[in-house]
Design a binder for this molecule. Structure first.
Ligand code: SF4
Length: 242
């Protein structure tokens, strides 16, 4: 049991962090360094700082909002960097008489070993995984890390029945090549032809400056990517575009 974690912040009601209305917990520390990160202040690991938060304190906050919640979601930073804390938090929520009905989700960049998901499986109801790019070299340029663990996580979570959604970030001119996106659709369809996909168009507001500047996809470009993925042979993806 890990009774404290490093928490960058919480949102009492979120409708974008999984199914329904959710209490979202953003953990401090990430193993990626994404060029398009909107929360770069959550990247540094923060042991021994004011970010330290107890599970008891979080439970007090969650109980206050519980009547209006479908569940809780632990996000980041990168949630799986504090997997023991996440496990302890989910265990405590499920054991709490007032909170036991809430679902417990993880929002992750997917870069963790299979043992992390195996350990979370008994207490986790679902996971949303970011796939920044199927191409390993482009992924490296976008995140400073390889994507092999991300791809393995998507496969593993689907096999466990815990993959709620895959999130695809669209960065104009970086990861939106049609041939690459067709391959991405085929790779995802081979795992689950009915996969729930969320296409997230990069928004410059709030992201770090970059040289050359990162480019937002236009609404037409985002629609075109959604259409391209929807046309993946044999797939009937559930696609949401934001
Ligand atoms: S995985 Fe998320 S929190 Fe981590 S650097 Fe990338 S965008 Fe930022």
């Amino acid at each position: 049991m890990t009774g404290t974690g490093f928490v960058a912040g919480t949102i009492t009601f979120s409708v974008v962090d999984g199914p329904g209305n959710r209490f979202a917990i953003f953990l401090q520390g990430c193993n990626f360094d994404c060029v398009a990160c909107h929360n770069p202040q959550t990247i540094p690991h923060a042991e021994g700082t004011h970010f330290e938060t107890s599970i008891d304190d979080l439970l007090v906050k969650i109980r206050k909002a519980a009547p209006f919640l479908s569940g809780i979601t632990v996000s980041g930073g990168e949630a799986t960097q504090q997997a023991e804390f996440v496990h302890s938090l989910f265990t405590a929520v499920k054991a709490d008489p007032q909170l036991g009905r809430l679902t417990c989700f993880v929002d992750s960049n997917g870069a963790c070993p299979p043992s992390t998901w195996a350990s979370l499986d008994p207490v986790m109801d679902g996971a949303m995984i970011d796939l920044k790019c199927l191409d390993p070299d482009i992924h490296l340029s976008m995140t400073a890390q390889p994507n092999d663990e991300v791809l393995a996580s998507i496969r593993q979570l689907h096999a466990m029945g815990k993959l709620y959604e895959v999130r695809l970030l669209l960065l104009a001119g970086v990861n939106d090549d049609p041939a690459l996106l067709r391959r991405t659709g085929e790779w995802l369809a081979a795992i689950d032809p009915q996969m729930r996909l969320k296409l997230i168009g990069f928004r410059a507001h709030g992201a770090r400056p970059h040289d050359p500047p990162l480019v937002e996809p236009t609404p037409d470009q985002r629609e075109a990517v959604a259409d391209l993925l929807a046309a993946t042979p044999g797939a009937t993806f559930d696609i949401c575009l934001i």
